[in-house]
Design a protein around this ligand. Sequence first.
Ligand code: KIV
Length: 310
Amino acid sequence: MSSYSKKAETSKRPKMTAPKVRARKGGDKLRMVTAYDHPGAVIADRAGADIILVGDSVANVVLGHEDTLSMTVNAMIHHTAAVSRANPSALVVGDMPWLSYHTSPEDTVQNAGRFVQEGGAGAVKLEGGAKRVEMITAVLDAEIPVMGHIGLTPQSVNQMGGYRVQGRNVGPAYEMISDARALAEAGVFAIVLEGIPDVLAEIITNEVAVPTIGIGAGNNTDGQVLVFHDLLGLHDGHLPKFVRQYAKLADDATAAMEQFFADVQSGAFPGPDETYVMDEESAQLLRDMTDGGYAGLIGDDLMADEAMER
Ligand code: KIV
């Protein structure tokens, strides 16, 4: 029996949508965070997230992979649906995994549509610049809002030769500005800028009419995003320079669990408050029956179990 069978409440703010995100250009900074499951979505939504990205970073921070390339549409939808079941006020954006938007516009639309129909997402995100415009246009034609993502695009790890800051030289930086323009003109409602120098992010932010959301892109974007497990300190793996850890929950969780195990050893757990009881008369009868060989006399009424109250 799970203690999670009762649903936790999310926030009661007006529902965020892709057009509302788009309208925040140059306004209040957009607050985006990743989440991959129901409790994570509840936490993010209660904290005031505008956007919850069900990122394919789930591969790294939850599933223990070295990169994101093993994620499939089915796996991403599994996580997206869990987040959507929290019914957050934040916009849920499903991250399209590698190869789900590379082969044809038809496949791309089918895959994006599954994020909406099966995952409950209000938008999808995909990586890449001008070369993705054909696929983005097809998805937009199917009435699904698209978020762009340029700079350090983790699905290009093999082509980049590792996770490296992008756009440090003028040529690639200029190309990235063109990519951002192409995405904005294609109709994306926001663009994630990952792992690029702050000045480049600032120029792109000034160049495009849609909000930019930075991660490792300095402070002059229209919003910021961090990965749930990075910002909460839920793992002790490598942390990129741009991460600020706002908590060390892995340490807190280890300490809490150590205390649980110590209480088990000492007998301090469970205590009276964590224990179900039977009325003393029935308990004594049961003791007498088992002591005195009454087993054969147990009637149906004595066997009736009461529903457990939790
Ligand atoms: O998958 C992810 O978490 C992302 C963010 C880093 C933007 O794409």
